[in-house]
Design a protein around this ligand. Sequence first.
Ligand code: ZN
Length: 480
Amino acid sequence: MASPQCTQPNTIPNVSALLLLSLFLVIPALPHALPSTNVFSERTNYLHQEILKDEAVARLIELGKVSDANDFLERTFQSPASVRAGNLICKWMEDAGLHTWVDQMGNVHGRYEGMKPSEKALLIGSHLDTVIDAGMFDGALGIITAISALKALNIRGMLGRLRRPVEVIAFSDEEGVRFQSTFLGSAAIAGVMPVSTLHVHDKSGLTVQGALRNNSIETTEENLLQLKYDPESVWGYIEVHIEQGPVLETVGLPLGLVKGIAGQTRLRVTVKGSQGHAGTVPMRMRQDPMTAAAELIVLLESLCKQPEDYLSYDGQCTASTVQSLAGSLVCTVGEISTWPSASNVTFTVDIRAMDDLGREAIIYELSNRMYRICDKRSVLCLIERKHDANAVACDTGLSSKLKSAAYTALKQISGEDPDDVPILMSGAGHDAMAMSHLTKVAMLFVRCRGGVSHSPAEHVSDDDVWAAGMAISAFLETLM
Ligand SMILES: [Zn+2]
């Protein structure tokens, strides 16, 4: 199987780009041939639309067809389709005038050095992998809009004006489908991936290292450590992503600024009762784990709907913590199973909040109350913490620049003053979470239909793809 080999550095615009570029360069020397302002701006808008909307949408559709499955979209870490997707992304990066390479974790990079290659670089990224039966915008939107924005600048002859290097990174794994280990790509670059991850294996027994080797990428513990970027060489990281929620659609706006990514805890709750015969064990003697589990799940819902009714204002839980929870706390039950027998019920709990102390207070209160219910029902409860990630606050300075860029983009598209860009919280994890260990991060959300994601029904309108590309363009122009 061929590895995604990007070709040699290519910073020369293609022929059509050169022709267009020469148009812009020649015109000022011939004042009598100057187009009217309107014609000029129409042409500029036309260029933006052709690349940032029409071509970006066509590329999203093309990338959305690169799948390991025939009937639905599936691209997992280092699968044949993810290698093909990497090759395609490489080609588009080179078409934008970037020089490209694939690193030891299969991340695809495209970089333009700008006027001062020694300056700290702006990184822009998202992921090229997908869940199973995925939509075509999750991850891909952030990669394609960034490439398109740089291509539009290149065609206008403005890429060389960038005062710092800009690098687009298509991360090889964010969803964690194959190895159940999220952020393989971005965590390696941020330097927060334990080297032991190389030896984690998939369902077939193949390790992360083996999957990379099958694609001719030799990754050792040593060269994995070298993937970590020097924090001194990086200025910041921005990511454009579909919202994966209904807020922007509800307020009728295409773009929203992300103020932070919620912290997350996953619990596994096991309830052990006894398998009383359905007809012979009387009600007062039954120890049904299913009804106990149902009561625990209803408790979870009540507690997370009204945390202020459950938490006490002593010790670490202050009024501001409770207020923050009221606006950001989301708790759900994922899998529920009665395996291996009806006497054993297991379910998973997912708790997310912007306030880490508040999340801890919820877990403490939830666990105490769950154990009391189990005692009352004479069943055994075991609550295990399976995963914890602290909340990530986006950088205020970088976010404010990104928000202004989004505002400018919407104004350029509509020709009038748009509504203010709303500020949202991200309940879902993103590569920005891992990258926050390396540098300051900011994120922009793009409206998606019905808030649906991780599904073939996932949809972003062509105009919203355009708005996202324009926002990145406007952000890049602030670096000139
Ligand atoms: Zn995503």
